[in-house]
Design a protein around this ligand. Structure first.
Ligand SMILES: Nc1ncnc2c1ncn2[C@@H]1O[C@H](COP(=O)(O)OP(=O)(O)O)[C@@H](O)[C@H]1O
Ligand SMILES: N[C@@H](CCOP(=O)(O)O)C(=O)O
Length: 301
């Protein structure tokens, strides 16, 4: 009989400007997924989310079912309590937390070694890009790519004195919608623009050259197209820099905006919220640490 288990998975901010679909950073904000065997699926959500209480809508349950059937076992059901501290469809990787939790819980229950291959083969069936999935699993700052069915990735130390100030608008923007506005092709000069900046971002982190993060977090792959969906985006970035931020970008596919800083976190957050408000968008902000450890599973009883 399966014991009662709990997975705790960090939020993630992906892209960090130029690192589109590759850079990801885990943050100290967590979704929790408690689960035990049960005949049929029962889902409790805190705060209440009727959409996610339907098994067919809930990625955590869908992953449990997939992993069970992948082992040629019948999925009889589960009793789930999901505590969502991460706002949904805001660019903080909430979907990735559900997928990662489902994979880790399934591996724990079946006592299956969780190889990279098993993790990514399963995860990509639910989310086709690794930049949230990987840091949600492993923690910290990661870069990743998928080539011919294999995921290549690295995790590097992230400066411990940098925090993330995240301004979260009160409207949802699904990743699917935010990806739908991206162009099929981009000019060569824009490709060069992003490669140069993504490279500079990595080396600036390694060398602690925080003065270079502003230019390193500029982007031409996705932000120019997505900002049309996010009123006040440019104004929010400007105000974050006025408050002393080191580097500012869209968080994942948005609409949240993330500002990296070693100081003035409260002022930066207030300035970002003020800038959103004067563009007609209500928002709030959080000051978050980098999570360096990633997802955890514990036995509750
Ligand atoms: N268990 C779950 N927890 C959170 N989101 C979930 C879950 N299952 C499905 N989803 C769906 O994932 C979507 C959010 O994913 P996405 O659009 O990628 O935004 P983000 O990852 O920034 O939250 C929402 O439509 C949400 O309903
Ligand atoms: N690279 C992806 C990242 C999506 O992150 P999310 O937190 O918004 O799901 C993209 O920009 O589409």
């Amino acid at each position: 009989m399966m014991k009662k288990l709990k997975a705790v998975v960090p939020a993630t901010t992906a892209n960090l400007g130029a690192g589109f679909d590759t850079f990801g950073l885990a943050l100290s904000l967590y979704n929790e997924f408690e689960v035990e065997e049960h005949d049929g699926v029962v889902i409790e959500t805190v705060p209440e989310n009727p959409f996610l209480e339907k098994p067919e809508n809930n990625l955590f349950v869908q992953v449990l079912k997939y992993m069970c059937e992948k082992r040629r076992k019948t999925f009889y059901g589960a009793k789930v309590k999901q505590i969502s501290n991460i706002p949904v469809a805001r660019g903080l990787g909430s979907s990735a937390t559900a997928i990662v939790a489902g994979i880790l819980i399934s591996a724990a229950v079946s006592k299956t070694e969780l190889t990279d291959e098993l993790f990514f083969e399963t995860a990509y069936r639910f989310e086709p890009h690794p930049d949230n999935l990987l840091p949600a699993w492993k923690g910290g700052f990661t870069t990743a790519l998928l080539s011919e069915g294999k995921t290549y990735y690295q995790k590097i130390p992230f400066p411990e004195d940098i925090k993330a100030v995240v301004a979260v608008p009160d409207f949802e923007l699904s990743t699917e919608k935010a990806r739908s506005v991206l162009p099929e092709k981009i000019p060569l000069k824009d490709g060069i623009f992003n490669v140069q900046r993504a490279s500079l971002f990595l080396t600036a982190l390694i060398n602690r050259r925080y003065d270079l993060l502003k230019i390193a977090m500029e982007d031409r792959f996705h932000q120019p197209y997505r900002k049309k969906l996010i009123p006040g985006f440019d104004d929010v970035l400007k105000e974050a820099y006025n408050g002393g931020a080191l580097g500012v970008s869209l968080s994942g596919a948005g609409p949240s905006v993330v500002a990296l800083s070693v100081e003035n976190h409260q002022e930066i957050g207030e300035r970002m919220v003020y800038a959103f408000r004067r563009n007609g968008v209500q928002s709030s902000f959080m000051v978050l640490d980098v999570d360096t450890e990633g997802a955890k599973v514990e036995i509750l009883e």
